[in-house]
Design a protein around this ligand. Structure first.
Ligand SMILES: [Zn+2]
Length: 338
């Protein structure tokens, strides 16, 4: 993918900056010039309304952006994030075929083309040797964020951390599958919330653990607390374990999405802990609504039913209007744009 490299050669010192960055381990950052990805005309602030942060392209087939946008509106929603199809065709994805990464990115962008508040995300395999180049390619095409489901390795092993650092440099967020995955293979050890701790080494990355990591919802919130407290650790304890690096340090920002995952009594329990614990003031500004629906057949009744369920919990737990707005809208805005 040398073309991606040449795209980035905006200044004479860029190559030196890249090699310097690659040589620097762990937390120390080197400022790289940012490329401006293609402007797809997406809204930079989210108008009032409700948004679904977790929608998939599960199958191949021609994009039908207008029909999809109409279903979203029918579900009482103003937009959301759409994850591209994954790279490797798997049995659990019906009708999938071999597509290039570029074709996959183009496809999800097309699915989102009927609305400025539908944001395309690229489902990337961060363990690929060319993962950093794939990040560049997707940003160049205008992608708004990334999705990762890695069921055969830990999320930050191998070249993955470099890919996340690249996303952070572009200011693009990433949503990880977390929680048990019914994929027919032994994979839960890769999805426990604690295995995402190495993201502390991805400065400034905005990342989301999906599904409240069900059934490890408490662990998810504990990791959230750790990530959140990194702000204090990094800025106020220059000589402690989290020694402030020489270069400007920006801790990662963790978000959580509510996509089921946690249904029924488990969902009520997770929400009760979220809004009934000292985490409430912080986590309520980083908690987002999601459905896991498919662009080909967005399930309007399911999306409405999930909102009704959550709204009933919000009434029960006396969640404020501002917190409800954060859940359905403003947390996502922060996730997308910082
Ligand atoms: Zn999903």
């Amino acid at each position: 993918m040398t073309s991606r490299r040449s795209f980035l050669l905006g200044s004479a010192c860029f190559g030196a900056a890249v090699s310097a960055a690659r040589n620097v381990q762990a937390e120390v950052s080197v400022e790289l010039p940012l490329i401006a990805g293609k402007d797809l005309g997406k809204a930079k602030t989210l108008p009032a309304g409700r948004y679904d942060e977790h929608i998939h392209v599960y199958k191949d087939g021609p994009a039908k952006p207008e029909a999809f946008a109409a279903r979203i509106a029918e579900a009482g929603l103003a937009g959301g994030c759409v994850y591209s199809r994954e790279q490797t065709p798997e049995p659990r994805l019906s009708n999938s075929s071999a597509l290039t990464p570029e074709q996959i990115v183009d496809n999800v962008i097309e699915w989102c083309s009927a609305s400025p508040t539908l944001y395309p995300f690229y489902w990337i395999d961060p363990s690929r040797h060319d993962a950093v180049d794939l990040v560049d390619m997707a940003v160049e095409k205008g992608i708004c964020g990334f999705k990762v489901i890695r069921n055969n390795g830990y999320p930050c092993d191998g070249p993955a951390l470099d890919a996340y650092r690249r996303m952070a440099r572009y200011g693009k967020p990433v949503t990880f599958h977390s929680g048990i995955l019914y994929d027919g293979v032994p994979s839960s050890e890769y999805f426990r919330p604690v295995v995402f701790e190495p993201l502390l080494r991805a400065q400034g990355l905005r990342f989301c653990l999906a599904h409240i990591s069900w059934p490890w919802c408490d662990e998810c919130m504990a990791v959230f607390g750790k990530m959140y407290s990194a702000d204090d650790n990094w800025s106020n304890r220059p000589n402690a374990t989290f020694r402030k690096p020489v270069a400007k340090a920006v801790p990662p920002k963790m978000f959580i999405d509510s996509t089921p995952g946690a249904h029924g009594i488990w969902r009520r329990d997770a929400f009760m802990r979220m809004y009934g614990s000292p985490f409430r003031p912080t986590v309520s500004k980083r908690f987002m609504f999601g459905t896991d629906c498919d662009v080909h057949d967005y399930m309007v009744s399911y999306a409405r039913k999930t909102q009704d369920f959550d709204d009933a919990l919000f009434r029960e737990f006396k969640v404020t209007d501002a917190e409800v707005d954060a859940y359905y809208r403003s947390s996502l805005q922060t996730f997308l744009f910082g």
